[in-house]
Design a protein around this ligand. Structure first.
Ligand SMILES: Nc1ncnc2c1ncn2[C@@H]1O[C@H](COP(=O)(O)OP(=O)(O)O)[C@@H](O)[C@H]1O
Ligand SMILES: [Mg+2]
Length: 354
């Protein structure tokens, strides 16, 4: 995903399209299209609705918006929703896809009034591009140099007023200068169970899974790590499992079996999470230990652990961050002990001979 360059407004499907040949999906996308369909994150939604309506009333573009938070919480979705609500087009790119300001000129000059430019992973925007977009954000203009050497000329080009939406999993890596140019900046939080249940209900309806009961959906919601993307992914796995192994039936037992096969335990933790916790417990006696040390022990990238594994473990109090490093809490240790006793911490094994 990160590799694509600016893409056309039409080509924005991704993980929402039901698997080809999967049937039942009717081709309907699961991603919410409007603010009404977007569940949860109520304070953010309220802020966005006010800003959207005010902008529309004044005939102005929506303010620039910065969304940060762990993967799968709806940042990309919200960018689509905002463009939809403004009745404009969304152009999608990402920090790593842009190496110089010129990479953005084509899109910026093509954009119509109030169109939305979405830059994913904006913390990975090179400094040169960042400086290039400051005047675009502030005054809707860009400067570019024509020719080189003696004949070099700086041309200022006026853009149509547009909205920039930036998304990042690491707000801390953004420069203050960039951050301050967004009118709205918001941290997305993990979803609670009722919100996840509602998201799952709608997804089940769109996947034509009418037979699935509330209890079954709640069981999935509880194990989704507060994350809509995970909830929807587990729902699809459960659907497949029910279809192939349980004659289309989906009840609590089928969900347990399906999620066990995925390595997802009763708190929603997967092998990756348990590997992290186990390294902490076994190698570092529960900590405190630096993130880099854990990453080296389990052979993973520290950034990935910080983005994907730690936020939820911190949220449920399994680990704590202290000045000396990460610390396994007694709750976390208790869960890990139970998981080991239940044989849930199977692959990938850290220590040979176990
Ligand atoms: N609030 C929400 N309501 C309904 N579905 C959501 C919501 N947030 C996310 N989703 C679903 O979860 C998936 C992941 O969301 P996405 O916007 O891609 O997350 P992010 O960009 O933050 O990683 C999407 O496919 C979307 O359908
Ligand atoms: Mg995204």
């Amino acid at each position: 995903m990160a590799k694509e360059r600016i893409i056309s407004p039409a080509a924005q499907k991704r993980d929402d399209v039901p698997a080809p040949g999967g049937g039942g999906g009717g081709g309907a996308a699961i991603r919410p299209r409007t603010m009404d369909e977007f569940i949860g994150q109520r304070d953010l939604v309220e802020k966005l609705i006010i800003a959207l309506f005010a902008a529309r009333q004044r005939g102005e573009p929506m303010e620039h918006v910065l969304l940060h938070g762990p993967p799968g919480l709806g940042k990309t979705t919200l960018a689509h929703v905002i463009a939809e609500e403004m009745g404009t087009r969304l152009y999608v790119t990402s920090g790593p896809a842009l190496s110089k300001g010129a990479d953005l000129v084509g899109t910026l000059t093509k954009m119509q009034p109030h169109d939305v430019l979405f830059i994913d992973e904006i913390h990975r925007l090179p400094a040169a591009v960042e400086e290039f977009i400051y005047p675009a954000m502030e005054d809707f203009k860009i400067d570019f140099t024509l020719d080189a050497g003696m004949h070099a000329k700086v041309i200022t080009y006026h853009l149509k007023p547009f909205t920039l939406i930036g998304a990042t999993t690491r707000a801390g890596l953004l420069t203050g200068a960039l951050r301050s140019r967004f009118g709205i900046a918001h941290n997305l939080r993990f979803y609670d169970e009722p919100d996840l249940l509602e998201i799952l209900r709608r997804a089940a309806a769109r996947l034509a899974l009418d037979a699935i009961g509330s209890d079954a959906l709640s069981a999935i919601a509880r194990r989704s790590r507060g994350t809509p993307r995970i909830a929807i992914r587990l729902l699809r796995r459960v659907r497949d499992f029910g279809q192939i192994r349980a004659a289309g039936r989906i009840d609590a037992g089928v969900i347990d079996d399906a999620l066990a096969l995925e390595g997802v335990d009763d708190r929603g933790l997967d092998d990756f999470d348990r590997m992290y916790l186990r390294a902490m417990a076994d190698v570092y006696a529960g900590g405190p230990v630096g993130l880099e040390a854990i990453a080296a022990t389990i052979g993973q990238d520290a950034g990935t652990l910080e983005d994907v594994v730690e936020p939820f473990l911190l949220q449920i109090g399994f680990i704590a961050r202290t000045r000396q490093g990460r610390q396994l809490t007694s709750v976390g240790a208790g869960h890990l002990g139970a998981a080991i006793a239940a044989g849930e911490d199977a692959p990938p094994r850290l220590f040979a001979g176990e």
